[in-house]
Design a protein around this ligand. Structure first.
Ligand code: ATR
Length: 276
């Protein structure tokens, strides 16, 4: 049976096995898709074993995405730009190609939600791996500018420097958030809420036209979105749509067919959010 997996540490919370089971069922494939918990120091040998066992493709999640980019034999442009891999593809000559579908997944979800990008001011809070993966696709949609705000401003500066050739990208310190102009799209990409340290969102950052989007999901995303709404944001969405869309893009790369996502997203949303 065709063999796929998702690698991460921890991994028990991952929704990827559920999503890929739905996709496989929908597209008529018989497959096994396992969640494999692997600490960074054992990732290389585990990936080797997975290949030996006939693994055809895999997803990679935290904290292994950057390491996966190093382990791959070749990288797509998206993976090079992100310096991170979320999708491993086994090539016919047994080498691993690394791709990154997070950015294209976000763009597909924003399109589904009809969130305009062109000409908009996008403010991204956070300058870690998640932000790095979405900058190029966002800039390709021609926003007016992207402002990256981060607790450690040097990391925001580094990302602005790396992507500056693709569009206007500014870097700000989180301490100066109250001076940042109102966002058309406010993207949250920090782990602050997971660390029990909610951000302070000034009312100047959002207005009724602002769409707030959290790249994550679950309780911490809901906490950020509630805060954004209280500050005055007109709409808010969590990253479950992005999760399903990036999975569909991975599936497409392995199977040559892109599954339908709306029903899967509806079911997943009920599973994750309605339980809370
Ligand atoms: P990811 O790959 O999910 O982006 P990461 O690289 O660890 O993870 O980045 C986490 C992001 O959350 C960073 O922008 C981090 O800010 P620093 O660069 O200053 O570390 C941000 N972050 C984490 N905890 C935070 C907190 N308590 N307040 C504000 N930002 C925080």
């Amino acid at each position: 049976m065709d063999y796929f997996a998702v690698f991460g540490h921890p991994i028990s919370h991952s929704r990827s096995p559920w999503i890929h089971a739905r996709f496989a069922e929908q597209c008529g494939f018989e497959q096994r898709y396992e969640a494999i918990d692997v600490p960074p120091e054992r990732f290389e040998e585990t990936l080797w074993d997975f290949g030996e066992a006939g693994g055809l493709g895999a997803n990679v999640t935290l904290p292994l995405k950057e390491q996966a980019a190093v382990l791959c034999d070749e990288l797509t442009e998206a993976a090079q730009r992100a310096a991170a891999v979320n999708t491993l593809i086994r090539l016919p000559d047994q080498r691993w190609r690394g791709d990154n579908t997070d950015g294209v997944g976000l763009m597909a979800d924003l399109a589904r939600l009809r969130v305009p990008i062109h000409g908009q001011r996008i403010v991204i809070i956070g300058a870690g791996g998640a932000t790095r993966g979405i900058l190029a696709p966002l800039l390709a949609a021609a926003p007016r500018e992207i402002i990256i705000v981060n607790r450690t401003p040097e990391r925001a500066l580094q990302l602005a420097f790396e992507s500056g050739a693709l569009g206007i990208v500014q870097a700000w310190s989180l301490d100066d958030l109250a001076s940042v102009d109102t966002a058309g799209l406010l993207i949250h990409a920090t782990s602050a809420y997971r660390a029990g340290a909610p951000l302070t969102l000034p009312a100047t950052l959002v207005d009724a036209d602002t769409v707030a989007y959290d790249l994550g999901y679950g309780a911490s995303a809901q906490a950020f979105l509630a805060q954004a709404r209280r500050a005055g944001a007109g709409a808010g969405f969590d990253g479950l749509g992005m999760l399903v869309e990036q999975a569909a893009e991975s599936f497409l790369r392995w199977r040559g067919v892109r599954p339908q996502t709306p029903a899967v997203l509806r079911e997943l949303t009920a599973l994750v959010n309605d339980r809370a």
